[in-house]
Design a protein around this ligand. Structure first.
Ligand code: FES
Ligand SMILES: [Fe+2]
Length: 356
């Protein structure tokens, strides 16, 4: 496979009505995933965690994006992030989440304070000399927007966070949002299959999610596209006859925000849920859902169950898409022009990143 040829098979100069989708190689080849790590995941602001998980000084969380493990801590009221990599032999110094006043490497016990400074080296000879080598944890540029924490995991200087997206996030209300639950799913498809499904402008909703469709007024569905994000909105249907199993999930307006490359924020009335699609391999993706509500709803389990039903419907179809992509029978597809413009824009961004 010549990767450059494969990139150029996707012609982004066409109108959506005449355009072909990217070839299946983008979704199945390891080389594309390596390229994505370098050109996208280390070249964009990546969503990492929530302020909700760092309420008290000493709270920390850990994670990994594009093979780069990080630890986020709250130190004297300030949220900071470091590469979770010990300067001695590279061990991850923190695991999971919790509260601590220092980060102690589990291998030989080197101690870092929450400012990332190496404070103690057990049984070391000349500490002075070791210190001179700059052995503190490496800090990661970080941006807090509303409840969201974004990291810059690239090597160069961070680029400016999109101004209109910043305004959009800041316009939303997050006060009183309480974290309810994290749900993760591992799916057998490329991470972009999941994002494509999210960005089809509601096209699949009536066909695939009959339960959800009873709650939405799909006639009102519309999309706004910005430089590196898009917004899909839909009014809730006021009809009384809503299936009992999906009640309580959609009130007022549903708003779906997608931020390039893999972060999605969904608002429905008092609910907010976020999704990230973390690539594990070309055809394996970890999907992380975090649910928030402005109060603790009485029927939280019913609502989560309703959401789970929709997610499982989506994931099953994503797996089936991947099977077709893997088959060698499908090379390039087309867009449903009235709906799938946000998906086309996503593919254009991918191509621009690959060629950067
Ligand atoms: S690798 Fe961390 S103390 Fe040795
Ligand atoms: Fe869906």
């Amino acid at each position: 496979m010549n990767i450059l040829d494969e990139i150029h098979k996707f012609d982004d100069s066409k109108d959506v009505t005449d355009a072909w989708t990217p070839p299946s190689s983008w979704y199945i080849e390891k080389e594309f995933m390596n390229l994505e790590y370098e050109k996208i995941f280390k070249a964009e602001w990546m969503f990492a965690d929530f302020v909700h998980h760092l309420k008290k000084d000493g709270d920390y969380t850990t994670g990994k994006t594009a093979n780069r493990p990080y630890v986020i801590v709250r130190d004297q009221g300030v949220i900071k992030a470091y590469y979770n990599v010990c300067s001695h032999h590279g061990t991850c110094v923190a695991k999971g989440s919790g509260n601590t006043d220092k980060l102690v490497c589990p291998y030989h016990g080197w101690v870092y304070n929450l400012e990332g400074r190496l404070r103690k080296i057990p049984k070391a000879g000349s500490i002075q000399e070791i210190h001179s080598k700059g052995l503190n944890l490496k800090e990661i540029p970080l941006q807090v927007v509303g409840p969201f924490i974004f990291l810059w995991l690239g090597n160069g200087n961070p680029k400016e966070f999109s101004k209109d997206l910043l305004e959009h996030f800041n316009r939303n209300h997050y006060s009183n949002l309480n974290f309810q639950k994290r749900v993760t799913y591992e799916i057998n498809c490329n991470w972009k299959v999941f994002v494509d499904n999210y960005l089809d402008g509601g096209y699949h909703v009536p066909h695939m999610h009959p339960g959800l469709t009873t709650q939405l007024n799909l006639e009102s569905y519309y999309t706004e596209i910005y430089q590196n994000w898009s917004l899909q909105k839909c009014l809730a249907d006021k009809r009384e006859a809503v299936e009992a199993e999906v009640q309580g999930r959609v009130e007022g307006e549903a708003e779906y925000t997608w931020m390039y490359p893999n972060f999605m924020v969904n608002r429905y009335g008092d609910w907010m849920d976020t999704n990230i699609a973390v690539p594990l391999s070309p055809n394996k993706t970890l999907i992380v859902f975090d649910y928030f509500h402005t109060s603790r709803p009485y029927d939280i389990e019913a609502s989560l169950k309703a959401s789970d039903k929709v997610q499982l419907e989506d994931m099953e179809i994503c797996d089936m898409v991947q099977e077709g992509l893997n088959s060698g029978v499908y090379v390039q597809g087309v867009y449903a022009p009235q709906f799938e413009k946000p998906m086309y824009e996503f593919h254009k961004l991918l191509k621009a990143s690959f060629l950067r």
